[in-house]
Design a protein around this ligand. Sequence first.
Ligand code: BES
Ligand code: MN
Length: 457
Amino acid sequence: MDTEFVTREQSRLLQELTEFLAIPSISALPQHAADCRRAADWLMADLRRLGCPVVTLIEGEGHPIVWAEGPEVPGAPTLLIYGHYDVQPVDPVDEWHTPPFEATVRDGKLFARGTADDKGQVFCLLRAYEAIRDGDGRPPLNVRFIFEGEEECGGHFLDALLTREPERTKADAVLVCDMSYYAPGIPGVYTALRGLCYAEINVRTLQRDLHSGTYGGVAPNAIETLIRVLAELKDEDGRIHLPKLYKSVVPPTKAERRDWKRLPFKKREYLKEEVTALALTGLKKYSVFERTWALPTFEIHGIKGGFVGDGAKTVIPASATAKVSLRLVPGLSFQRVARDLERAVRAVAPKYAEVSVKVLHGADPVQVDTGHPAFAVLDEAFREIVGKPAVRVRAGGSIPIVPRLGTAGAPVLLTGIGLPDDGLHSPNEKLDLRQLWEGIAVFGRFMERFAAVRPAG
Ligand code: BES
Ligand code: MN
């Protein structure tokens, strides 16, 4: 690997990443569809510049997918690199200290939407690849790239593509760089991701909004009814009331629990600096790791209905909708939880209310066995550059496509260069530049070391 690469090219790299981050590729908002396409175009141009003989835009229902293949290297193993170019919406936009799509360096950190999740990490892998090519631009291994634009919005386009063309996942390993170190100086590799079941619950109690004086006292209020329904689904202690939910959970192994106990963890700092609350909530008899990695959740993301404008309006709302989701852990499938949620809502709704549950999207949970030799190669790269192998942890978040990436049997390496306080999905998302520069070296060395492994079959 060109060890001077980062030092020599730093200002160019920062400029290029800034350009990529300036494209507001918010996949959930229809008015940004053209921007998603522009982000895909940016990647294609980059991959062409890096000498990939195959660079294609796959279009269909949803935001486009970028597929690229590096030059063929006979006899060398094949690495499939996955990432997403789409980002989350930026609201509340007033809370950003600098505009979300004008990347700004402060205190060695790069602030912009997508810096950590996931454009900055995609960029890191592209530059690692750039740095391992020889004088003629040839890499030492076969690399395929697949970048999607619907990871953050629950789109199905990539899932449909890989179901139709599973041979695209044929590789000796799949590398997913969309997560973070466990802590500064402690890289992580992930043994599980939670799944998801995202739904809208609507309650209608009246045909139209009513005067709250004239009818207050007799007319059923849709927001109040919705709140009662939601309160039935999860109690104050954090217990979710879906049938057999906890019985189905596959608990972490003893070895996992023991590993987690050894992880450095300061509850007070975690509470103050990361969670930014006065107290933690949830099932108190389980540790924070168990609650965020190994147990299901139920969260209310937003409630729509009634009057929310400035000033006062005396009205009884006729309809109210809550956006909710459950995070799923091994033992809980998306399909089953979707069915149980719908049933539970119907069971607790009062007779006077019309309720509907619309499942918007979901994903199954994932478990990864890190015993495959590819993980040892990754550990070696971390050891060489960071001084430590990756700790085995789980993720509370989800990456819906991950189960599909493993369909052809390749081990899926879930890792990343972020830090826990990057603020994914929050205002002032950032990436520490040190992490980026270090990450380029880590993944460059990983690819070189992996190139030397004899491919299976
Ligand atoms: N990069 C995250 C997933 C993640 C978060 C992994 C934290 C590890 C730790 C990813 O881009 C993401 O946010 N996914 C969404 C998926 C959802 C919209 C289907 C998520 O988890 O909410
Ligand atoms: Mn992500």
